[in-house]
Structures are given as C-alpha cells and as structure tokens.
Write a protein that binds this ligand. Sequence first.
Ligand code: PLP
Length: 402
Amino acid sequence: MKKQTKAIRTQAKKSQNREHSVPLYLTSSFAFDSAEQGKALFDETEEGNIYSRFSNPNVTEFVDKVCMLENAEEGIATGTGMAAVFASMAGLLKSGDHIVACRALFGSAHQIITQILSKWGITHTYVDATATEADWEAAIQPNNGKPAARMVYLETPSNPGLELVDLEMLGRLKQKYEFILSVDNCFATPILQTPIDYGADLSIHSATKLMDGQGRVLGGIVVGRADLMQPIRFFARHTGPSLSPFNAWVLSKSLETLELRVERHCSNAMKLAEALDAHPDVAKTLYPFLPSHPQYELAKRQMKAGGSIITIELEGGFERVKAFFDALTIPTLSSNLGDSRTIVTNPNTTTHAKLKPDEKAALGITPGLIRISVGLEAVEDLIADFTQAVEKSAEVVKEKVA
Ligand SMILES: Cc1ncc(COP(=O)(O)O)c(C=O)c1O
C-alpha cells in the first residue's frame, strides 16, 4: 500500500460511537478498570494509556503516521521542534561526549549545542555542509584531545542557506565508525527524503512547519531506531516536553494532505525561483533544484523535489529589504515557514539575529538575505507580486542614493 493511502487510513481505534473522524482525546489521564489493571499498566505487562504526559491516542496516531512516512521503528512527539532536538540530545548524550554538527544549523539548535550542552561537558566540532568526506571523517575521529563523535547532527537542506549534506556519504562513514546519525528533516519532509534509508538513526521534525502546513500549532517529533528511542522516551516521560492532544489531532489530520501540499509547495517554489533567478535586479537566487545551486547534483540525487524554501539576496542591504517588504502585497512578514501562506523573513534581523558576526558570515547571512517560504497561492500571483516588489525596491534604493 502506498504511503499516501496509509497517511489517510492510519487512525486511532474507533470508540463505541463508531466515529468516522478520530475524536479529540482531551484528557490528562486515563481511568483504570481495576487496581489490577492500574498495576499492569504501570509494570508494562498490559499496554495502554495512563497519563497524557507520556501517551495519548491522538499523539500515538500522529507518531505512528510519522514513523510510517519516515520508515522508522518508533517515535516520540514533543511540544515543539526544539523540544524534539533537545530531548534527543539530552536522552542520548552524557558528560564527556562529543557532537560533530554541520555548521549550517537553525539558530536554536546552534544555541543548544554551544550554550546548553557545553554546560554539561558535552563538546562539539562544526563542519561545513559542503566539506569533503575526508573532512567529515577527520572530525568524527578522535582529534586534538577530543573524543570520537558520539553523535553527528545536521539539517539538510539547512535554514536559511539551503546548504545540503550528502546523506549517502554520512551513511558510508557510519559503517566505519560508531556514532548516532541524527538528521533534522524539517525542510525536506519525508515526502522528499527519508534520511533513515541512508543509514540515519534519527529523523527529527519541527512539525510546526510543513507537517501542520497552515501555521496553527507547534509540535515536534523524533523518530528512528527503537533502542535509541528508549533513553529519549525516559527523558521525555520524566521531564515532560509533551505534545498536547489537541496539537497532535491537528497534526495527524494535516498529514493526510502532506504529500499533496508538498508537491504543490515544490512546484510553486520551482517556478518562483526560476522567475527570481532570471530577474536582473535579484543579486542571487538559491534553490536546490535550480542548476545554479552549488549542490544541484546532490539535490537531484537526494531529494524528490527542491522543497518550499527559496533564499534570495538583494543588493542594498537592510534599506532594500525594508523597501521590498513594504512593496510586497501577498506574503506575510513572519518568522515561521512551511505555511499555506507565503512568508518572507530577513534572517539577519530576525531568526538568526542572535548569532555573532563571524557565525553569520560563515552561514552566508548577509543584511540583504531574504528567506521565502513559498505557500500554496496561485503561482502566477506570487510571481507578479515578487517581480513588482523587486523592481519597486530597486527604484526606492536608487532614489535614496541619488
Ligand atoms: C530546521 C528547523 N529545525 C527546528 C526548528 C524549531 O522548531 P519549533 O519552532 O517547532 O521549535 C525550526 C524552526 O524554525 C527549523 O527551521
């Protein structure tokens, strides 16, 4: 059976009411039929829900669907994407461990690695997304007094620079060294790539993004190897970064249309990227499926389509960005992404504002960089709106200089 069919047909067991659409289990706890049953549920000789901090039918349905989409054995849902990233690291790493991470990371992941894990003696090495296999291998091995990597953590494509990491290459390195390969698959979604098929142990999502797809709820999930899920589950059960049943219910319903939506996001993004790339007033257009993307060949090999995010560079710095945003009529100015509504963001002043200047430089985050999360509007309308805003903002900046 195709995944699209399963994403629609995977449902929590019907109640005695025989509902067609799964009800919302808005309950903090579950009742025991007897003292015996309470005991059996707690000593895990009987399976069932106890307390929604660690299990709930809506959450289980959502987890089951993501595991199915990602080809994963088990999963744990969390209240946000960052909670999933943190739970996976806190559950699996201990003092003295070393993380090798791709330098091109979402700002909060970078803060967890550099500011939080470091307090507990977990060290890190950053590697460029485009580094060679030999460079990744050198970082994974013990060097300069640092131990061998216990975990390799990366995003591909990255936020906001759309850099790709070669998953096949890391899968090869995994056969030589013992590390946990953890991939934030948020930008691609399991519709475009399934990291576990390349040998990743964990695939992580901010479900807030394309999984919800309409900017309504926060959520996160980590899926992967069952044995690795045990310590993460222990951490999550006792520290409580749980996903609410309501958010799980919304997210599970959204997964029914994930494939449909991602296909349309990608075709809109491809057409808009081509139009922006061809425009003389756009200094640079980055999109994984544009032949001008430095890792185009890898993108074609690794992803089924280019995704929903385009990054452009406009000349004229923040003044140009302001004029461009003022001229746009359709997109929303917001820091979110993966929404049915097109969103534009200036990472330098918003999502990545807290990075130090050298960190921004390493990630290519310049004042004139704009991240576009392409929505599901008619692409002709988007192309017309972006084109007029590019031209108008170029005029405004020229007039200011003159
Ligand atoms: C790639 C990536 N990972 C993780 C996150 C964090 O997700 P959340 O906001 O759900 O905590 C984001 C948020 O923008 C993201 O872009």
